[in-house]
Design a protein around this ligand. Structure first.
Ligand code: NAD
Length: 250
């Protein structure tokens, strides 16, 4: 079995579903111990049970700093350290200016952007203690270019891209690398039920002409979690089937 993450401990937010679940399975397969952190308690517990002793599930609402404090403490209590933080939890919501409400805006920004900020704040000391450590912040192709009608989502994902760089600069001297990942349209529950409402940027409108699979993002996340990416920090890793490469004339 591939042991690229042997001995590492990783916390993955939004780990109960979609890409987060794919990351959890791959991390466990690569020799890591995993904390699956989510608000979807049933799915998260089931996945942890499937993965066995190398995994545990914790209820963590990424918008709540008290949840973060408790989750990091429990990770250290059970697994003894934290080497890798994957800020993956996110929600997709959109609508035209004038209709999209302030409450909708606040919810998307809270989960998608404040969540990673609270996570890095709570995990900072543990990550430094475990150095060399790695943070992977899941942004989006919508963090690279605008998407009509997806104001909060686009703003949150551009924000994650910027937050990643400021954190990378601060934490580099402490042995913690921080990078952002920018998936295009990936076939997960997030977009499976929203094919007509989801923005083009999160569908398969790309050069390869298809949606990606969660595992095609996971391979990149495993690389960033491992020592193989030791010279990468503060960088943007796009995995979007060519969506943001530009337009083709036909
Ligand atoms: P998903 O809906 O399958 O999974 C998201 C997970 O986040 C769920 O398990 C959900 O319970 C969890 N979550 C939601 N709110 C939470 C909260 N407050 N606290 C903790 N967990 C919470 O979605 P996915 O497609 O796997 O998305 C994963 C990440 O990838 C998200 O950040 C998303 O924005 C990003 N992304 C997705 C796509 C895509 O096409 N699917 C494209 C680009 C970026």
């Amino acid at each position: 079995m591939n042991q690229r993450l042997k001995g590492r401990v990783a916390l993955i937010t939004g780990g109960a579903s979609g890409m987060g679940a794919a990351h959890a399975r791959a991390f466990a397969g690569a020799g890591a111990r995993i904390v699956i952190a989510d608000v979807a308690d049933e799915a998260g517990s089931a996945l942890a049970a499937e993965l066995g002793q190398s995994a545990m599930y914790l209820h963590l609402d990424v918008t709540r700093s008290a949840d973060w404090t408790a989750a990091i403490a429990e990770t250290l209590r059970i697994f003894g350290k934290l080497d890798v933080l994957v800020n993956n939890a996110g929600v997709l919501d959109g609508g035209p200016l004038g209709s999209f409400t302030e409450q909708q805006w606040a919810r998307v920004l809270d989960i998608n952007l404040t969540g990673p900020f609270l996570g890095m704040s709570a995990a900072r000391a543990a990550l430094i203690a475990a150095r060399p450590a790695s943070v992977i912040n899941i942004s989006s192709a919508a963090g690279m270019q605008g998407v009509s009608g997806m104001h909060a989502y686009t703003a949150s994902k551009f924000g994650v891209r910027g937050l990643t760089k400021s954190a990378a600069l601060e934490l580099a001297p402490h042995g913690v690398r921080v990078n952002s990942v920018h998936p295009g349209g990936i076939l997960t529950p997030m977009i499976a039920g929203a094919a007509t409402d989801a923005p083009a940027i999160d569908r398969g409108d790309n050069t390869l002409g298809r949606l990606g699979l969660p595992e095609e993002v996971t391979d990149l996340v495993v690389f960033l979690a491992s020592g193989e990416s030791s010279y990468c920090t503060g960088a943007e890793f796009v995995v979007d089937g060519g969506m943001t490469a530009g337009s083709t004339f036909s």
